[in-house]
Design a protein. Structure first.
Length: 431
C-alpha cells in the first residue's frame, strides 16, 4: 500500500499515553506504602493512624467515580484526563510538604479525588477511538498498567529512597513528573478523531466514523433504565467487578504477608515473588485483549467471546485458590499465584463492557459506576482479610474466602445480559 494512503496509528498512541498514565497512577499510589516506615517514625504515627492514612486514598476515589463519569460525558475525556493528571501530580507534590499525619491524610484524600476519573475516561476514549474489533486491546492496554505499576512502582520508589535518603524529595519528583505528563495528555488526546491533526482518512475509516456507523445498536434502540441496559445486567457488572477487585487488591495488599507468614519468605524473596506474580498479570491482561480481538476479527460474536473469557478467567482463579492450601512447596505456590494473576487480569476486559453495552454519551458515567464498585471492593478487602486472620489465626480461611470471591466473579460475569434487544454492536467478521 502506498505510504500516502497508509492508515495512521494515532489511536494506539493515545492508548499508549493512557497506559503510561495508569502506570504512573499506581506508582504514585504505592509510594506512600513504601515510604510509610520512614514517615511513621518522623511523624510518630501510631499503627492505627498509619492504617487510616493508607486507606484514605479510596475514600474520595470511590465517592467521586460517578461525578467523574458525569464530568467526562459533559466536558469530554481530554479536559478531564488533563485536569486529573495535573491535580493528582500537584497533590503528590504537596504531600512532600506535609508536617504531620493530618496534613498527609488531606493530601492523600485529595490524591484519590484527582485520580478518580482516569479509568472511566479511558473507557470513554475506547468508545470514541476504537472500532468494535479493537476494543478488547484498548481495554487491556489501559488496565494492564495497573499490575505493571504495582510490580515496578515499589522497586522504583524503594531505589529512589535508598539513593536520595529523603521521602519528601521522592514524593516531589514523582509529583512533578506527573504534572509534566498532564501537558502530554492535553497536547495529544482529542475527544473526536476527526479533529486530531495527525489522523488521516484511512485511520478514520478503520475507526468506522462513517455516518451509518457512528451510532451503535445500543444507541439506536429504545433505552432501558439509567444507562439503557437492564437492571439485572447492571447489577451483574457491579457485583462481578467488585468481586474481581477484591481478588486483585487482596493480592496487592495481603499477598506479601501471605508469602511471609504462610510460606516463610524473607524480604528479598517477597519482593522477587511479588514482582513475578504481577508481571504475570501484565502479560495475562494483554493476552486476554489480543485473544478477544482476534476471535472477534475471525467472525465470532464479540459479546459471547467476552463472556466466555471472563468465565474462564474466574474458573482458573477459583481452582488456583482452592488448590493453594494443599501445596507444600512455597515455589509451587508462587507459580500457582502467578497463573491466578495471569488469568485474573483477563478481568481487564470489563472495561470493554461500557462502550459495548451503553450509548456513547453515557459511557463515562457507566465507567464511573463500574469503577466505584471496584473501589468499594478495594476498600473492604483489607479489612475483611484482617478480620478473618484475627478470627482464624491462619491463611487457610483467607484462601477459601478468595475462592468465594472467585465464585462471585464468575456468577456476576455469567448474568451480564447481551447488548440491547439482543443486538450486538460488535458482531464483526473478518475483512
Amino acid at each position: 500500500m502506498p505510504e500516502a494512503i497508509r492508515a495512521t496509528r494515532v489511536r494506539w498512541k493515545i492508548f499508549s499515553i493512557i497506559f503510561l498514565l495508569v502506570v504512573v497512577n499506581l506508582i504514585d499510589r504505592v509510594s506512600l506504602s513504601i515510604g510509610m516506615p520512614t514517615i511513621a517514625r518522623e511523624f510518630e504515627l501510631s499503627p492505627a493512624m498509619q492504617g487510616i492514612v493508607l486507606s484514605s486514598f479510596f475514600w474520595a476515589y470511590a465517592l467521586l467515580q460517578i461525578p467523574g463519569g458525569w464530568a467526562i460525558d459533559r466536558f469530554g475525556p481530554r479536559r478531564v484526563i488533563t485536569g486529573s493528571t495535573f491535580f493528582w501530580g500537584a497533590f503528590q507534590t504537596l504531600a512532600a510538604l506535609a508536617t504531620g499525619g493530618g496534613s498527609l491524610l488531606l493530601t492523600r484524600i485529595a490524591l484519590g479525588a484527582a485520580e478518580a476519573p482516569l479509568f472511566p475516561a479511558g473507557a470513554k476514549l475506547n468508545a470514541i477511538w476504537l472500532s468494535g474489533r479493537e476494543r478488547g486491546r484498548g481495554a487491556v492496554i489501559m488496565d494492564c498498567g495497573g499490575p505493571l505499576g504495582a510490580a515496578v512502582g515499589g522497586l522504583i520508589i524503594a531505589h529512589l529512597l535508598a539513593i536520595l535518603h529523603s521521602w519528601r524529595l521522592v514524593f516531589a519528583i514523582a509529583g512533578l513528573a506527573t504534572v509534566a505528563l498532564s501537558w502530554v495528555a492535553w497536547r495529544y488526546i482529542r475527544d473526536n478523531p476527526q479533529t486530531h491533526p495527525q489522523v488521516n482518512q484511512a485511520e478514520l475509516q478503520q475507526i468506522a466514523l462513517s455516518p451509518a456507523s457512528r451510532q451503535t445498536p445500543a444507541e439506536q434502540v429504545s433505552r432501558r433504565g439509567r444507562f439503557g441496559i437492564a437492571g439485572r445486567t447492571l447489577w451483574s457488572i457491579l457485583v462481578g467487578r467488585a468481586a474481581w477487585a477484591m481478588l486483585f487488591f487482596g493480592l496487592l495488599t495481603w499477598g506479601p504477608n501471605y508469602l511471609s507468614q504462610a510460606r516463610g519468605f524473607d524480604l528479598i524473596a517477597i519482593g522477587n515473588a511479588t514482582f513475578f506474580i504481577f508481571m504475570a498479570g501484565v502479560v495475562g491482561s494483554l493476552t486476554g485483549g489480543i485473544v478477544m480481538d482476534a476471535l472477534a476479527k475471525a467472525g465470532y460474536r464479540q459479546f459471547t467471546v467476552l463472556k466466555l473469557l471472563l468465565l474462564f478467567s474466574g474458573t482458573v482463579v477459583l481452582a488456583a485458590f482452592l488448590s493453594l492450601p494443599a501445596l507444600a512447596s512455597a515455589r509451587l505456590a508462587v507459580v500457582v499465584l502467578s497463573i491466578a494473576a495471569f488469568f485474573l487480569m483477563w478481568g481487564s476486559l470489563y472495561w470493554s463492557l461500557p462502550p459495548l453495552l451503553v450509548s456513547r454519551e453515557k459511557v463515562g458515567m457507566m465507567g464511573g459506576v463500574m469503577n466505584m464498585a471496584g473501589s468499594i471492593g478495594g476498600i473492604t478487602i483489607p479489612i475483611i482479610v484482617g478480620l478473618i486472620l484475627q478470627a482464624s489465626g491462619g491463611y487457610q480461611a483467607v484462601l477459601w474466602f478468595f475462592a468465594a470471591c472467585s465464585a462471585v466473579y464468575i456468577i456476576g460475569s455469567f448474568f451480564i445480559g447481551q447488548p440491547a434487544s439482543g443486538r450486538e454492536n460488535a458482531c464483526i467478521t473478518a475483512p
